[in-house]
Design a protein around this ligand. Sequence first.
Ligand SMILES: [Zn+2]
Length: 537
Amino acid sequence: MSLDIVIRNAHVVDGTASPRFRASVGIDQGRIVEIDKGDRIPEGKIDINADGKLLTPGFFDIHRHSDWTLLVDSSAESAIEQGLTTEVLGNCGFGPAPAVDRKRVEQNILGHSAKHGIEIDWTTFGEYLDRLDRNLGINVVPLVAHGSIRTSAMGVTDRPAEQDEIKKMCYWVDEALDSGAFGLSAGLEYAPYQTSTTTEEIVALVKRVGERGGLYSTHTRYRIFNSDKGVAEAIQIARESGTRLQISHITPRIFARHMTEAVLESCDKAREEGLDIGFDIYPYEWAPGPLTELLPGWALEGSADDVVQRFRDDQFKRKVVREHRVNLCRWVQLDRWDKVIIVGAPKRPDVINKSIAQLAQEWSKDPWDVVFDLLAEAGTHYTDLTEITHTLDWEDILLTIRDPHCSFGSDSSTLSRKGPLKDEAMMPGCYGFVPRVFDEVVSSRKALSFEEAVRRLTSLPASQLGIWDRGIIRPGLVADLTLIDPKTFRDNTTWTDFYARPGGIDLVLISGKVVVENGCATGAREGKLLRAKGGVA
Ligand SMILES: [Zn+2]
């Protein structure tokens, strides 16, 4: 009986960081069934000569924001064409469910755009997962977002939660875990959470996650100046709740960069206590966020209509500009508006990829007025506006990466060159994240070996998520695989071209089916919505 697929003469980089070895890999019924260093596997129904190319497990992106884009187009072309086979959604406290107040929760979805014509017709997390679970082109690992849970329980308010509101939030956490969420994410640096969500609130919610063996994933507080405090809080939450912790894009922002070593050491210390702590970083110095992150928490209180009214109110504008604690963005405080670039503006394609400084010059306006005008013009869809800011320095990224607990997450969204998402581009990572890791970290900066970089993108995130049947090339495991030609493997995206296809991705398999051939998606939809069972996958 011949196997479904045999990949012969590959250099297997198995995901454990062991040195590569030459072998043939047999795949049947979606699983890896044989790894043979000789030539004993009979001809497969599909028989591929890898000719010495590199066979790796399919890559994981532990930090992506495709909660909305995969509803619009589930083909996942931009992800699978870079060798990704699994992505984690619901990060940084942003996510589409639960959605008790649909209008308000819509604003808590990074990458949301009203122009896609998709109505939120779900309320619970389970209903959202059922909606997402249609014809997926990539495996998806869902986290439930604290922002949507809080908004569903108490609206958008810049004050601490009352006990009964925390109780309501716990209800929604349980519902999400019952439906298959792998854990809870929070975005405590964002408005209004930085100023209103207490540690106690998060501990109460995360305890429910810990009891079920799930993961607490957090975009920590105070990343501009006091990164160490935000990380210390995350560790305290893990300790008090007994929950596994993933600190998202842990590297302190550029103005707190002197704290990088201390932050990493605090994680080491916590591990000595027995806590389970992982973290991730992206291979870029710039990072995306909603344009509203320039505003203080109180600016976003009330209904969407209330908020829009304010954007046209001079007194409000003066107060925001005056308010000292407002800026998540230190560059704005320094008047460096060239460091804030608009990347998402559904109604204004003409402003895409332009900095606020550039727009201020073109429009002969004060930069703050550019921000208010864009927000006002977007109407109640003001949260659809997204920007990227210069957030990190490569020296700190490398320090972070040298820690063996660091995996990679792109902080981008999954898109497609065809169809309704073809003009969207949040950042180069949408199309080029995986090869960018290898170009920067392995080839040019020589911070990791190829094998170790593969581990950071495969078995490390898989084990952090509690997924035990993917992420390693081993008999019995699911055949999510990527075949790479090292001669042509490279990221072709640039800051002016976000859409370029990577070089060298010869073949991608999901569950033993070919989904990418010669660099191009075949159109096969073999992804699965992975649901944690009782919190443990
Ligand atoms: Zn984040």
